[in-house]
Design a protein around this ligand. Structure first.
Ligand code: URA
Length: 479
């Protein structure tokens, strides 16, 4: 007899968890369950309530995290797939570390789709004001068409960001409402007639201002802001005109620019010409082009260029720093300035061939304040690190390193989500959701700032040990 499990559109994550726990504790095999959601037509099978259980089921944290995302995917087979993997986990506890397993690979793809959809939702929902701005609590509504059922898991983000107003996000499947500080969900609706408001003009002006005609990469732009979202974004109407006028604006900018570059640029570029070429392979070009065109945060406005990672696209070890420094910003390559030189020395002592690792940064643009002729490094903010995590995640997905070393607090924050200083955490190994170990260590610039030679020597030795450990993890040598 087949048990039919119908998952609700609202509260799906908890419902799937309860149902899966009940079924597995009652020893119901995956082939005896038929999963669907409220949109799935009922079949001819028996419909039974899920077996009830209070028994605790222990599963790896990583699976819980995958399931928490995958339940919101729009593929009707997601619940059955999750249950099959859960069932297999009972006898194969190490299943999650099997990178070749096709069912796991499919789950990970679905997880990535859902994360991407949540990310697009955070970036592209556009609220329109209802009522009057003088009302004690202003109220807004937005229409959005996500590719997956991501309204419920993404609503807490909007509640945090727009906690001082009432809002509704209406989608075809679910509506999220935030009224007087409380989130509630109800059925989806068709597109309501929403009024235009002043913020539309604001979005368009903002977009015109951040649009850099010298960096127009239409393909990269469309991959970052897919066309299907344009119809609900007021600023999108400006895009065709901005693209069409870009060449003329670049010509005008060139004519207005000073004819001689600063002497320092020439000197740095001469030095850099002597550095060996970076190694790239695989799908690197597309990723590099996308990173170069990045305008996700205002840092791109002042930096010379985005500095993407470099190294083999199948490198077993990934090295993540904070952000390009002054020299890297001019060179367009990571870790080629003073901190990079010190890091090269430590690599040599640790017997790590840097050219066989993938070297990148948590933030891809140089953040600085000008002081006279100098550009003084500024630490990136949490928001900038968050914005740029998109690219670090893309690099991780492309390279799939076996181990990562995070140099300094910004890299550690991007990779682990924890922004605490590195002092207490150095030497620890953090496991990412996909099981990749991240060794936390000092940033070489920190060593450069230590005046006391003994302290510098000690810190440099610790960084060497951490690098050795990360290298061994990447080689699958147990440490
Ligand atoms: N510091 C970093 O974190 N990264 C670089 O690329 C250079 C200096």
């Amino acid at each position: 007899m087949t048990i039919r499990m119908t998952m609700p559109m609202i509260g799906t994550a908890q419902a799937w968890r309860d149902a899966a726990r009940g079924l597995i504790n009652a020893n119901v095999a995956p082939c005896d369950v038929s999963w669907g959601d409220e949109t799935t037509p009922a079949g001819l099978w028996d419909s039974l309530p899920p077996p009830r259980t209070d028994k605790v089921l222990t599963v790896p944290k990583e699976f819980i995290s995958i399931a928490r995302s995958v339940v919101w995917h729009s593929d009707p087979s997601r619940f059955a797939l999750l249950y099959r993997v859960l069932w297999r986990l009972r006898d194969t506890p190490h299943l999650l570390s099997d990178r070749a397993d096709p069912e796991l690979a499919q789950l990970r793809r679905m997880e990535k789709n859902v994360h991407r959809c949540q990310h697009k939702m955070k970036a592209f929902v556009r609220f329109r004001e209802l009522g009057s701005p003088e009302d004690p609590r202003r109220s807004f509504a937005a229409w959005f068409e996500p590719s997956h059922f991501t309204v419920e898991p993404t609503a807490p983000f909007f509640a945090r960001r727009f906690g001082d107003m009432d809002w509704r996000i209406i989608t075809p499947s679910v509506t999220a409402s935030f009224v007087d500080g409380k989130i509630a969900f109800s059925a989806g609706q068709s597109k309501p007639p929403l009024p235009e408001d002043a913020s539309e003009q604001l979005w368009t002006t903002y977009f015109r201002n951040i649009f850099n005609p010298a960096r127009v990469k239409v393909k990269a732009m469309q991959s970052e802001m897919p066309k299907k979202y344009w119809k609900n974004m007021p600023e999108a109407a400006a895009i065709p005109d901005l693209i069409a006028s870009a060449p003329a604006r670049v010509r005008a900018m060139n004519e207005a620019a000073p004819t001689l570059p600063p002497l320092r640029v020439e000197k740095v570029q001469q030095q850099l010409a002597r550095l060996p070429e970076s190694v790239w392979s695989g799908d690197a070009d597309a990723l590099r082009a996308e990173i170069s065109a990045c305008t996700r945060c205002p840092l791109h406005c002042h930096a010379t260029q985005a500095v993407h990672g470099e190294g083999p696209m199948d490198a077993p070890l990934m090295i993540v720093g904070e952000q390009p420094g002054d020299t890297e910003d001019l060179a367009g390559r990571p870790f080629v300035g003073p901190a990079g030189k010190l890091f090269d020395e430590i690599c040599a002592k640790a017997d790590v061939d840097r050219s066989r690792a993938y070297v990148t940064n948590a933030v891809k643009h140089f953040k600085f304040i000008p002081r006279g002729k100098r550009r003084i490094h500024q630490q990136p903010s949490t928001t900038e690190i968050e914005q740029c995590k998109w690219w670090l995640d893309a690099e991780r997905t492309a390279v799939q390193p076996r181990a990562i070393i995070a140099l300094g607090a910004s890299a550690a924050q991007s990779l682990t989500g924890n922004g605490e200083g590195i002092g207490k955490r150095r030497g620890k190994v953090h496991l990412l959701d996909d099981g990749t170990p991240v060794v936390l260590s000092f940033h070489p610039s920190y060593l450069l700032r230590l005046r006391d030679p003994v302290a510098r020597q000690e810190a440099s030795e610790l960084l060497r040990l951490d690098l050795t450990r990360a290298h061994q993890l990447a080689q699958n040598i147990s440490v």
